[in-house]
Design a protein around this ligand. Structure first.
Ligand SMILES: [Zn+2]
Length: 170
């Protein structure tokens, strides 16, 4: 969804997102790498002298696979949105790697006169994601992970029923 900067009223504009907001659900799903199951929240957008500020809080959930033990779990992710956007410098398209002043590191750019809100949601969700997606139940996850490691590392381990059955076949 493209937001026309000139059309943002002085008091700002509020955009309500929910599970039926297709472009936002698509942006969240793309970022999570799995289909988002729910989305709710509001974005407050205001513009002052060309600088656009987007703030708000979103909540989204999805079924993810634990990166340690592989078990599926339900991820409930609160997404804090606090982003600023300036008009991209005119001329050549801006390279991500281009050097910027340190204080401007957190400021994104918009091209032309519009801000793509799907990109904003993508960025906010990416920032909110934990470094690793892991089961919320760490104790159970540890057990499953230990079991996986045991199966992988010591294939001769007869304490596992599966391996006991295998050794009988030999
Ligand atoms: Zn796990």
């Amino acid at each position: 969804m493209n937001l026309i900067i000139d059309q943002i009223p002085e008091r700002g504009r509020q955009i309500v997102l929910d599970t039926t907001t297709e472009w936002a659900m698509a942006a969240v799903s793309d970022t999570l790498g799995v289909l988002a199951e729910s989305l709710s929240g509001k974005l407050q957008i205001s513009s002052k002298a060309g600088r656009v500020s987007v703030s708000g809080e979103l909540n989204t959930s999805a079924t993810c696979e634990c990166e340690r033990c592989g078990e599926s779990f339900r991820l409930a992710l609160p997404v804090e949105v606090e982003l600023l956007f300036d008009p991209a410098p005119s001329g050549a398209p801006v390279e991500e790697e281009e050097e910027v002043d340190e204080e401007e590191l957190d400021i994104g750019w918009y091209q032309g006169n519009s801000l793509n809100l799907a990109d904003v949601v993508t960025e906010a969700v990416a920032l909110a994601l934990p470094i690793r997606l892991e089961c919320p139940d760490t104790e159970e996850c540890d057990k499953r992970t230990a079991k996986l490691l045991a199966e992988k590392g010591r294939s001769g381990d007869s304490s596992h029923p599966g391996f006991a059955a295998l050794s009988k076949l030999r």
